[in-house]
Ligand binder design. Structure first.
Ligand SMILES: [N-]=[N+]=N[C@]1([C@H](N)O)O[C@H](CO)[C@@H](O)[C@H](O)[C@H]1O
Length: 806
């Protein structure tokens, strides 16, 4: 949008005075932030209203992305950048003597997600608006997001994330006109509806009010504003007699109170099921209502609506949609089912069985009696249809929705939709070959791959403005709107001046991080060291423990030969563990105690430093990632479906230390074998061990003195204050046979790290690698990923409204 600095200053001061009743000289960063947010709200609201009007008038097809998690982090800078006024606002603040950084830091991260899955959903919202597609998000308005992590005496302590704080969510708007009711519990019996049909009659159901709050999703430089709808719960006045006590009311409010903090595993709690159904039912009810305003037949709703199921969490959607179409609007089963399968599509984000939700039939039928009836009907009809098609009994049994007193939510999402995608090539192949092989056998046409992506604008222009200016210097600014122009940088990867510029801007980013590390942990680190970073959720399959074992090996190398040649390294960790994940929390304790041991050892000095940065979150990732030299992506092959931090490190010039897992493989394909460091077993090696059951970690421990010494370090008292945690780790690695093959991959990892140290010592070679990773990272833009979803799964065409990106 066209905006002069003078006009912005006028609008901002007016808003600060009128809405905040505050003046510049006394305003706090938080008050300035709210005033700024309200100022730009005035700029995008007309665009938002215009957008919704045009989409309705033109009857454009809309895709709805259903997710229990959205992890946008901070939205201020993205909204300013996408409106095209970031520089104007920074200039305006400079003229007013306001520190823009302080104001931006007054915004609390919107952390309504656990990790990659939630962050991806937020990325897709940005890319849908930027590519111009009509794609809306549908989720939950949690009062408390992902817990705040504090490290106390080396241990993780979880604190509520009161993100609403004193200012609430400045970006949201309550939409009373779309309030709907959602029913739980009670009994349902079918009665004659008179027209030869049966209709359900509910008794003793609990009726709750679903209230939508909409958050704008602004496109980059195209005036497009899409919607992220987050549902909150209230008690309908007409039912308040059913909730006489504060306790009753609190139990209701619990439905949207807090995000379940588990990443890649499901707790299976009743409240979680209620959360999932609440957002799904409310979303589908309002989607059908707004579709009917188009005056088109409900049987053909699939021509105007797509609903995407992000992992199994909203997988009740096909059954709830059937309930709405049949019970609420009287459609015939077959018409409703035809529409449902054409509307629904599903993404699987992990092969870990503990993450594929399976609800006990008793619990499910108790919470959602009518929906359970419909699921049983869907399941029986599916089995009959498959049998009629000659599918063998075992395959039918393996794919049924209701099995062994459990409702398999992934099966409902697959049977109830037309598309199933994985999030990286190897992951999608694993779904076809193993995790969902019986479904692939009966419905191969449904399976497709959509490799994840990232919002390059956030991880370069916002998180790495210095790097972005350096890229401008060498290839112009075209890459800012067309990321594929980044490939032009391949021309300069061996240009000494270019290498010097990119080295310098990385060193500046490292210094900024070093200052943050000293300020928050008291540990002084030198930017002459290699910054080796592993930031992601703490999970055994991501093998933070393998990283720790390598550090212990380096510790002994230095202790054995203190005067020896050693390239200084700083190991930086950031990771939250699910509160109930005891083993993960023990690893956090070990990392912190190992850090204390090493960082206070004069003999080691600056050669080695270990830092655990508490409360890893999106806004902290924006400081850490551009400062990394090494990106640790060391999961056991086959376990990390994709990963997305790997793409962010690549785009900001880190070299990846990787196993051939998830999207690491596609990163290697883009940069070539010489510009990445690969180690460890392949997926096939791992599956061979599963098949032959021949892995015996104690054998390696007994026969390899280096590994023997490293493993013993966990229990021989070398690392103080963590005897219990050390024993747990020793048992996991030896007694319980090392589920994630750390000992098997250790030697290969150590050799890869030694190779990497040599590469870093050769500045020209290293900068060739670093710049090649930046230049070829364009493949991983979520703009392209979302185009593939729109064209290949949702069959969306670009609405006529709003200028579209090439
Ligand atoms: N749940 N889940 N899955 C994940 C992540 N943990 O959130 O989804 C992410 C987004 O698809 C993947 O990148 C990651 O590999 C996968 O483990």
């Amino acid at each position: 949008m066209e905006l002069t600095t003078e006009q912005f200053i006028h609008d901002f001061e007016l808003t600060l005075n009128e809405q905040q009743q505050t003046i510049l000289s006394t305003a706090t960063p938080s008050e300035l932030f709210v005033a700024l947010a309200h100022t730009i709200r005035q700029y995008y609201t007309p665009l938002w209203i215009e957008r919704n009007k045009k989409l309705q008038e033109n009857k454009d097809k809309i895709a709805y992305y259903f997710s229990v998690e959205f992890l946008p982090g901070r939205m201020l800078e993205t909204n300013l950048l996408n409106l095209g006024i970031l520089d104007v606002v920074k200039e305006g603040f400079a003229q007013l003597g306001i520190d823009f950084t302080q104001v931006k830091q007054a915004e609390h991260d919107m952390a309504l997600g656990n990790g990659g899955l939630g962050r991806l959903a937020a990325a897709f919202m940005d890319s849908l608006a930027t590519t111009g597609y009509a794609g809306f998000g549908n989720g939950l308005r949690y009062k408390y997001g992902l817990f705040k992590q504090r490290i106390v005496n080396g241990y993780q302590v979880e604190l509520p994330d009161a993100w609403f704080g004193s200012i609430g969510n400045v970006w949201e708007t309550r939409k009373d006109h779309d309030i709907v009711d959602v029913r739980f519990f009670g009994n349902v019996y079918m009665t004659d509806a008179g027209n030869g049909k049966l209709k359900p009659v509910y008794s003793d159901a609990q009726v709750l009010r679903a209230v939508p709050y909409d958050v704008p999703q602004l496109g980059y430089g195209n005036g497009v504003v899409n919607n992220l709808r987050l549902w909150d719960v209230e008690i309908p006045e007409e039912y308040e007699l059913s909730y006489p006590t504060i306790e009753d009311r609190r139990r209701v409010e619990d439905i949207t109170a807090v995000l379940y903090p588990d990443d890649s595993s499901d707790e299976g709690k009743k409240l979680r099921l209620m959360q999932e159904y609440f957002m799904t039912s409310a979303g589908l009810q309002t989607i059908v209502k707004s579709y009917l305003k188009l005056g088109l037949p409900l049987e053909r709703i699939y021509e105007k609506v797509s609903v995407h199921i992000n992992d199994t969490h909203p997988a009740v959607a096909p059954a709830e949609f059937m309930r709405i179409l049949i019970d609420e609007y009287g459609l015939e089963w077959d018409d409703a089912w035809n529409a449902t399968q054409k509307v629904m599509s599903y993404t699987n984000h992990t092969i870990l069985s503990e993450a594929l939700e399976k609800w006990h039939t008793g619990l499910f039928a108790h919470v959602l009696p009518r929906v359970y009836q419909i699921i049983v009907e869907i399941d029986n009809r599916y089995a009959a249809q498959m049998s009629a098609q000659g599918v063998d009994y075992e395959t039918i049994e393996n794919t049924r929705i209701v099995r062994n007193n459990q409702v398999h939510m992934a099966h409902l999402a697959i049977i109830g939709g037309h598309s199933v995608n994985g999030v990286a090539q190897i992951h999608t192949e694993l779904l076809k070959e193993d995790t969902l092989r019986d479904f692939y056998k009966v419905s191969p046409e449904k399976f497709n791959n959509k490799t994840n992506g990232i919002v390059q604008r956030r991880w370069t222009q916002i998180a790495a403005p210095g790097l972005s200016k350096t890229i401008d210097k060498w290839i112009g600014q075209g890459w800012r709107s067309d990321i594929h122009e980044l490939r032009k940088l391949n021309e300069y990867v061996d240009n000494s001046q270019a290498q010097a510029d990119f080295w310098e801007v990385k060193q500046l980013a490292k210094q900024r991080l070093a200052d943050y590390i000293e300020q928050t942990t008291g540990v002084h680190v030198t930017t002459d060291a290699i910054f080796d970073v592993q930031v992601k959720r703490l999970h055994a399959y991501k093998r933070q423990l393998l990283n720790v074992m390598h550090i212990i090996k380096l510790y002994w190398d230095i202790k054995d030969n203190p005067e020896g040649e050693f390239t200084p390294r700083v190991f930086i960790f950031g990771a939250k563990a699910a509160p109930g994940y005891h083993f993960a929390k023990s690893i956090i304790k070990i990392i912190n105690e190992l850090a204390n041991l090493i960082n206070n050892d004069e003999q080691i000095g600056d050669k080695l430093k270990v830092v655990f940065l508490e409360n890893y979150r999106v806004s902290l990732a924006e400081l850490i990632i551009p400062a990394a030299n090494v990106s640790e992506q060391i999961s056991l092959a086959s376990k990390e479906a994709s990963g997305t931090s790997n793409m962010k490190f690549m785009m900001t010039g880190a070299v990846t230390m990787a196993t051939l897992d998830g999207a690491n493989i596609e990163i290697k394909d883009e940069v070539g074998d010489d510009n990445i460091v690969i180690f460890g077993m392949t997926k096939d090696d791992v599956y061979n061990h599963y098949a032959t059951r021949d892995y015996y970690s104690r054998g390696i421990y007994d026969n390899d003195p280096v590994i023997h010494r490293v493993v013993n370090t966990f229990v021989d008292g070398t690392i103080p204050n963590c005897q219990r945690e050390g024993s747990e780790i020793f048992d996991a690695l030896i007694t319980y046979n090392d589920e994630y093959f750390l000992l098997q991959d250790f030697t290969s990892y150590v050799e890869a790290q030694e190779h990497l140290t040599q590469l870093y010592a050769d500045r020209a070679r290293w900068m060739h690698m670093s710049m090649t990773n930046i230049a070829n990272s364009d493949k991983f833009t979520s703009d392209d990923t979302i185009r593939q979803y729109a064209q290949e799964i949702w069959n969306l065409s670009l609405p006529s409204h709003g200028k579209h990106r090439i």
